[in-house]
Design a protein around this ligand. Structure first.
Ligand code: EPZ
Length: 414
């Protein structure tokens, strides 16, 4: 696949609409399996991960139609409970289909979803929660089978607010007997979207105002519904940080600033001026971003790990030294050597990235190692003087539906 070619060193000036959220649509596609009806989703991002999830839904008997941003799923006939290894290992978030298929059919077989370059990505919390609900687990080789006669709601205390584990427990609980209470649940906006969708389909879910406790009362069935996928806050944050790196002024339409609180605070600290309208954000970047003495990634509402690499790209050209600590994944600095090829001065010291801001980056050939690091390289390329070629673009296509169109609309040369 041809590399992405960006001619950088020019400030941005433009606007774009923000795509639908990858991390909202994937669990909601899994949730569609729980309905014995027709689910219509609009504003879905046309990305590789959605394509992969639709292949998985078809493999268990769902009828699926995908036209532009609209996906229609008919889940009235679930004919299999075995998820094919080929697709499961390609996308680890397929693990959330476990909860959905268990919830609907009380049985599921799945191969262990692979880890990936950012971490080993275990699913121990998911499996422990299922056991609490009466689920038997049996491994043979790389395949894992989970089954139970009765799926019973129970009190689940998550030792860490894992997004995937929270989603899987919700999905397994909506058609279970009795009530599940999740304590220490993840608070990400994508969890709220999943709950909104499920309630729209007839589920009985209450999120306590701090978001950390979720009560799910089992119901008999879920019915058809139509739901619009919210904007992707990570894609929006990516472009904001790209503008901080390259300079200029951009407007993002259709995005909810509320979901980007910690990111906007950091951008303001770097000298960016943000105006947040009803469903848009306008950013005017400073001539050169200010450094951030120390920032760490954290679970929501903290600074999101999915925007950590993109922050490194912006801080690489900041006026001063910054320290970024990644606390969610154990190996999420894969982009650093590639940024250093472009002239960045970043060292990893005791699991922290120490960034010494340089006046400018220079274009060259770099290679994406994973999704968000690849997007960060594109943002750095907008700032770098000259031509940058980003290889392995398939990683970026997993989460960005129209990177070229978006960057052109924002005034970049790609
Ligand atoms: C979701 O992954 C997102 N993916 C990730 O986005 C995001 O980085 C992550 O949440 C954190 O916000 C989707 O929503 C599809 P976790 P998930 O379970 O659910 C450990 C992107 O770029 N853990 O909250 O896998 C785990 O190893 C992707 O869009 C266990 O130890 O994240 C990690 O260190 C990347 N045991 C930490 O918790 C478990 O059973 C956070 O994982 C589960 C998780």
């Amino acid at each position: 696949m041809d590399p992405i070619h960006i001619c950088g060193g020019y400030s941005l000036d433009g606007e774009t609409w923000v795509q639908g959220s990858k991390n909202a649509v994937l669990p909601i596609l899994a949730a569609a399996v729980l309905t014995d009806g027709i689910t219509t989703l609009t504003h879905c991002p046309r990305i590789a991960d959605v394509h992969c999830m639709l292949r998985l839904l078809r493999s268990i008997g769902c009828m699926v139609e995908w036209t532009d941003g609209r996906i229609v799923i008919d889940a009235r006939q679930i004919t299999s409970v075995s998820l094919p290894e080929e697709y499961v290992t390609r996308m680890r978030s397929s693990v959330i289909l476990m909860g959905a298929v268990l919830g609907r059919k009380r049985r599921v077989t799945i191969s262990y979803p692979g880890g990936c370059v950012i971490g080993k990505r275990p699913i121990d919390m998911h499996l422990k929660a299922f056991s609490h609900m009466g689920v038997q687990l049996c491994e043979n080789g790389n395949a894992l089978t989970a089954w139970t006669k009765r799926l019973v709601g129970s009190e689940i205390a998550l030792p860490f607010p894992s997004v995937g584990a929270t989603e899987n427990v919700i999905l397994a609980s909506v058609l279970a007997e009795g009530e599940s209470v999740i304590r220490g649940a993840a608070r990400e906006p994508e969890i709220e979207a999943l709950c909104d969708f499920l309630v729209c389909a007839g589920a009985d879910i209450v999120r306590e105002e701090d978001g950390g406790t979720i009560r799910i009362r089992g119901v008999e069935r879920l019915h058809s519904c139509t739901y619009r996928i919210p904007a992707d806050r990570i894609v929006a944050g990516t472009y904001l940080l790209g503008c901080m790196a390259a300079g200029g002024r951009i407007r993002l339409r259709g995005t909810d600033a509320g979901a980007l609180g910690a990111v906007l605070d950091t951008i303001r600290q770097m000298g960016g001026e943000c105006e947040c309208g009803a469903a848009e954000i306008t950013l005017t970047a400073p001539e050169r971003p200010r450094a951030v003495p120390y920032i760490r990634t954290a679970v929501y509402p903290g600074y999101p790990t999915d925007l950590q690499s993109q922050l490194l790209a912006a801080l690489a050209v900041a006026d001063g030294d910054s320290v970024v600590e990644e606390t969610i994944f154990e190996n999420r600095y894969r982009v650093v050597p590639e940024l250093c090829k472009m002239g960045a001065d970043i060292q990893i010291e005791e699991k922290k990235a120490v960034i010494r801001g340089v006046r400018e980056l220079r274009g060259c050939a770099v290679t994406a190692q994973e999704l968000r690091g690849g997007a960060a390289l594109c943002m750095a390329a907008l700032a770098a003087k000259g031509d940058t070629y980003i290889g392995n673009r398939h990683f970026i296509d997993r989460g960005y539906e129209a990177l070229e169109t978006d960057i052109r609309s924002l005034g970049g040369r790609i």
